[in-house]
Design a protein around this ligand. Structure first.
Ligand SMILES: [Zn+2]
Length: 615
């Protein structure tokens, strides 16, 4: 796009941070454009046909109305990113911005380059002057702040001023604080949360993730999440369920309650439908309650590198175009895709990989090729098709960085405080990797006979209370009780095992329980289907059936876990560290209803605690 009339500007600053340290800050273009005091933007409802990968945007401001078509951002982690815009009116016809990061002995050199093709001579003179003075000055200040944050462990909001609450907000906040203190919420975490709500800017408050904050604060995720749940109940926070597209990983919908989820969901970017999965596509995010602090939901950039932070390289190639790229990748598995052609290639990155790699996007597309690439390869990419191609290299492993719906709905506290959070009637949502635990009493008929109904029922009720406590303590939830049996869910098998061991210990130490009272359990992990049954979230599927058959099979004070789950989660080690050391036996069993399959299991016999033996 360069010709003799092109306006070219170049600014450069020395940073203390290395390219990979400054990268997450400088490529968060939604924040960058806001910090550069650009107006917020909106998607224009297309009035004329736009090339498939382009989007039409405009500023939201009244005094600055410009419409442009924006090409996809291009980036090469962690060295370069940029974007090209084609304006329909205003000073420039086309504008290209590119930012380069070059590592040097003192940190890195940041170079900002702008190329603009003028439309109107006078207008372009003034706009260029504005760029050279005001915009350059802002850029310099913003970069200096990012550089400072990148090399410290402080967060954006920690260097910001109080933003002020809504009218009456302070009074309401005082009441909420008192209420939360009375319900035994962790005071130190609550103070941090309030400080965050006061100082963070609107962008940080649009989708608050308790787990991300827990990581920044160096606190336990469970502890922070508990405070968030209480804070939402007390109207300090509100929450939404964000639905993420599994392909491009953008938020496609945000709903207030789970029963507003209607499958399938349509992704605007990918132009395809997707099914909802509680682990992979639904995440709980929080915002301040509007009666405490109002936030503006404006967006300043919608397709920058941080909005697809799992993508390490993105290039937009015209037909016949070839590029040489630079990158520095961590060892691991990556996927190479191209929008206009089908298929993908698997890319393994490690130090033994090839140093020089050429990728050709041809009319036949990518066909699952496997490529072995070095960490900093000489990479070339070529488009030999007759269409524009948006080529991406993304990290294969990706998970939600916040509280998945699976995690939230398997928390007892969440289920207790938000009992109305159920699914729409008839909606079936899949959940991967859920841990199920069933408990039951060994020979309960015998116990009822021996103890008499009154005493036996008393013990059963008391033991429900104990299970409720131990399950909550491990961040699990009791779904239901079926006779003397309890069905509980957890995110991880070790939480279930710890809950069972603790229950065993309490029961064996507690004089309310007689020797005839013997708790057994079965634990299994796998995919389930969540549905709304009797106004609560319940789970169905083979994993559930297997766990419930395991407990049927268990004998007195016995726990049965599948061999696979036992070794995958290193439960042996946990068992050895616990107070009640169990005797572990390997077995192969057949289960009712699964006659064709044989299950390798671990049968764990819990020994009586020393205290009980002494009596
Ligand atoms: Zn998508």
């Amino acid at each position: 796009m360069v010709n003799h009339k092109t306006v070219q500007l170049s600014w450069s600053w020395q940073l203390n941070a290395l390219p990979e340290e400054i990268w997450p800050f400088i490529t968060d273009t939604n924040r960058l454009f806001k910090d550069l005091k650009q107006p917020s933007i909106q998607k224009v409802h297309i009035t004329q046909s736009v090339d498939q990968d382009l989007i039409q945007l405009s500023y939201n401001g009244i005094n600055r109305y410009e419409v442009w078509e924006e090409e996809p951002f291009e980036w090469e982690y962690p060295f370069r990113f940029g974007v090209v815009r084609h304006y329909q009116s205003g000073a420039f016809k086309d504008l290209k911005i590119q930012v380069d990061l070059k590592e040097n002995g003192k940190g890195s050199r940041l170079i900002v380059k702008l190329w603009a093709i003028p439309r109107n001579k006078l207008l372009s003179f003034w706009t260029t002057l504005k760029l050279k003075t005001m915009v350059r000055g802002r850029f310099k200040n913003v970069i200096a702040t990012y550089d400072q944050l990148a090399i410290s462990d402080r967060q954006h909001y920690q260097i910001a001023n109080n933003k002020g609450l809504v009218r009456g907000g302070e009074k309401r906040l005082r009441q909420i604080k008192e209420e939360l203190y009375n319900s035994q919420v962790d005071g130190a975490v609550l103070e941090r949360l309030i400080d965050f709500i006061r100082r963070a800017d609107d962008l940080e408050l649009q989708h608050i993730s308790p787990l991300k904050l827990a990581e920044q604060w160096n606190l336990s995720k469970e502890k922070v999440f508990d405070v968030f749940i209480h804070a939402a109940k007390a109207n300090l926070l509100n929450f939404n369920w964000d639905l993420y597209c599994p392909s491009c990983r953008s938020i496609q919908e945000s709903v207030k309650t789970l029963n507003q989820i209607h499958e399938p969901i349509y992704c605007d970017h990918c132009e395809q439908e997707f099914k909802v999965n509680f682990n992979k596509t639904v995440q709980l995010s929080f915002t301040p309650h509007p009666l405490i602090r109002k936030i503006n939901r404006g967006q300043y950039c919608i397709r920058g590198p941080q909005q697809k932070s799992h993508v390490v390289l993105q290039q937009y190639l015209k037909p016949g175009q070839k590029r040489y790229l630079m990158t520095d990748l961590k060892s691991g598995e990556f996927i190479l895709r191209s929008t206009q052609s089908k298929g993908a290639a698997m890319v393994h990155v490690d130090q033994d990989g090839d140093d020089t790699v050429h990728v050709n996007i041809s009319p036949s597309g990518l066909t699952g090729e496997e490529v072995h690439v070095a960490n900093s390869p000489n990479l070339s990419i070529e488009n030999t098709t007759d269409k524009n191609q948006l080529i991406t290299l993304e990290r294969k492993s990706w998970s939600l960085h916040g509280v998945s719906a699976a995690r939230a709905t398997s928390s007892q506290l969440f289920r207790n405080l938000f009992a109305n959070e159920v699914l729409r009637k008839g909606e079936k949502i899949s959940v991967d990797n859920l841990t199920l635990m069933f408990t039951d009493l060994f020979d309960s008929a015998g116990m009822y006979n021996e103890e008499g109904d009154d005493k036996a029922v008393g013990q059963v009720i008391d033991h429900f209370e104990i299970l409720h406590k131990v399950v909550s303590k491990e961040n699990g939830a009791i779904v239901k009780t079926i006779g003397d049996s309890v069905m509980a869910v957890f995110c991880e098998p070790d939480q279930a095992l710890r809950a069972y061991l603790r229950a065993q210990k309490i029961i064996s130490d507690d004089e309310r329980f007689t020797d005839d009272f013997q708790l057994k359990a079965g634990i299994h992990q796998g995919s389930c289907v969540a549905v709304n049954l009797n106004s609560r979230i319940d789970y169905f599927g083979s994993t559930v059936n297997i766990a419930s058959r395991f407990v049927d099979y268990a004998s007195e004070n016995e726990l049965i876990v599948s061999q696979k789950v036992f070794s995958k989660y290193n439960l042996q080690e946990m068992l050895e560290e616990s107070d009640n050391k169990g005797r572990v036996e390997d077995m192969n069993i057949r289960l009712k209803g699964f006659d064709k399959e044989s299950f390798s299991i671990k049968r764990i016999q819990i020994s009586d605690s020393p205290l009980r033996l002494a009596i």
